[in-house]
Design a protein around this ligand. Sequence first.
Ligand SMILES: NC(=O)c1ccc[n+]([C@@H]2O[C@H](COP(=O)([O-])OP(=O)(O)OC[C@H]3O[C@@H](n4cnc5c(N)ncnc54)[C@H](OP(=O)(O)O)[C@@H]3O)[C@@H](O)[C@H]2O)c1
Length: 273
Amino acid sequence: MEKLRIAFLGSGSMGGAIMSGLIDAGYPKELISATTKSEESAAAWREQGISALSVETTPDANALIAGDADLIVLGVKPKQIVDVLRELSGEVGKNAVLISLAAGIELATMASAIDNPNLIRTMPNTPALVGKAVTGIAPAASASQDAIDATVTLFEAVGTAIVVPEQKINALSAISGSGPAWIYYFIEQWEKIALEQGFSEEDAKKLVRGTFDGSIDLLAQSDEEPAELRRNVTSPGGTTERIIATFEESDLKAIFAKGLAAAVARAEELAGK
Ligand SMILES: NC(=O)c1ccc[n+]([C@@H]2O[C@H](COP(=O)([O-])OP(=O)(O)OC[C@H]3O[C@@H](n4cnc5c(N)ncnc54)[C@H](OP(=O)(O)O)[C@@H]3O)[C@@H](O)[C@H]2O)c1
């Protein structure tokens, strides 16, 4: 990805996380530019050394910033994607790669707004902020291999990435796009039950977050699968066995599957299906 100019059109939570992750990974700031809605947000990026324009003060900021970019990352809200793509029509280079971060916006919808072969739909997640995003990448059939490779390289600079067919992107969004919310929700519930057992807030955090952190590190450093590592702490007839049996009786997996199905249904609803 050496020397590729990257424009972030919409630089809020997600676009901003990827941009910050790239900068932290050492990507040259002078190759990055950004747009925002408000002048206040643009000024905040400029303070960090990024060339940023707001549509508030420069109405054609998106076309201006995207005009000479190689990779154009669309970080506006899903309902704005079509309008922003229309603003770019005829303004971007013929080899430019248009990368959408938007949940629920299909490649066909993007293609209806701009005539460009290199359309890519992605689903990153917010750990991009700490260089640990997991991103699903679904390229249009017309996208060049160079465009796909550049997109993979962009997201690998802020974590890991996989290329998937578009039909899989809604399920992937539920699993990894929303994934940080799953994890934080578990931690919230887990800490609540520690508090209910009379532990101080500080101790509850230490117990739960420390266990989470240590278990993930152990998994990463071990050759064992999670089921084996779980069995290692589950003596037959012991207390852990009772916890797992309770989860199984309550069919925790079915609850996860129900959450995933609800998210996929919502994504289809948002896509107007
Ligand atoms: N948040 C997540 O975890 C997550 C995960 C995966 C995918 N996504 C996707 O990422 C996209 C952005 O979501 P977000 O959570 O990052 O939203 P957000 O924080 O509200 O960011 C939106 C950004 O777009 C800017 N903006 C608004 N209108 C604009 C325009 N006309 N031209 C240029 N910039 C404009 C906003 O400017 P201001 O700063 O001035 O408001 C802001 O920087 C969505 O499509 C979402 O589906 C988000």
